[in-house]
Write a protein that binds this ligand. Structure first.
Ligand SMILES: Cc1cc2nc3c(=O)[nH]c(=O)nc-3n(C[C@H](O)[C@H](O)[C@H](O)COP(=O)(O)O)c2cc1C
Length: 212
């Protein structure tokens, strides 16, 4: 086993065995998530675990309902079909025994107050905000969580697809924390099929530029 095996072991898992995840394991995974780096160590995350199959199914249904509603209001046929067709990818958590929702709070990047103070243009401010440091924190936490899950024999799937129903999801689960909003989620469980194939990656040469 090479040192990077745990990275290559992680794949998005969308089908799960009907076995609950013990709370101690969930806590371990959340701990691993919180060991992610974050800008100024702000840790602008909060994890909500849904450990109830009926509630998870209900969340899948409300994503489907919101998808159908939005599709019914869409005038462009190809936009509509493309959106409706992929609803199963927005509900892949459906058969998971657990689901983890990551809430995020706003993080103002270094220099924003200075830019505002010196009257920087909205284009300059947009340029500063575009890399979204606050969301990078959340991404780091999610990746830590998924790598730890893969290493412990669990699987998950980073999801932002269902975010168009985030208002409905937030209302349904009734979780509220001042200044926090739902950013991403993942199902969690034991993978049903261990013979998965990872989607192809772009060759390193294509995504790498070395400046010497
Ligand atoms: C920000 C983000 C959002 C994603 N949203 C979804 C989603 O809504 N539904 C889904 O099935 N997969 C989703 N994925 C998983 C990607 O499809 C997957 O990571 C990619 O195809 C690479 O496959 P792998 O994770 O197995 O390596 C998402 C991944 C990321 C990073």
């Amino acid at each position: 086993m090479g040192m990077l095996d745990f990275i290559y072991k992680r794949h998005s898992i969308r089908k799960f065995k009907d076995e609950a995840v013990p709370t101690e394991d969930i806590k371990e995974l959340i701990k691993a998530a919180t060991y992610a780096p974050s800008a100024k160590n702000i840790q602008n995350w909060h994890f909500v675990v849904i450990n109830n199959k009926e509630k998870i199914e209900e969340i899948a249904k409300l994503v489907e309902r919101k998808n159908a509603l939005l599709a019914s209001q869409t005038k462009d046929e190809s936009v509509k079909n493309n959106f409706a067709k992929y609803v199963k990818y927005h509900t892949v958590f459906r058969n998971a025994p657990a689901m983890i929702l990551i809430y995020a709070s706003q993080y103002n990047p270094t220099g924003l107050d200075v830019f505002k103070d010196i009257g920087a243009s909205s284009e300059e401010i947009h340029h500063l905000l575009r890399p979204s440091a606050g969301m990078q924190n959340i991404g780091a936490a999610m990746e830590n969580l998924l790598l730890a899950a893969a290493n412990m024999g669990y699987g998950g799937c980073w999801m932002t697809g269902p975010n168009y129903a985030s208002k409905e999801i937030e209302e349904y689960i009734g979780f509220k924390k001042e200044g926090f909003f739902l950013a991403a989620m993942t199902p969690l469980g034991i993978p049903e099929d261990r013979e998965w194939v990872s989607p192809k990656r772009k060759p390193v040469e294509e995504v790498l530029t070395i400046i010497e």
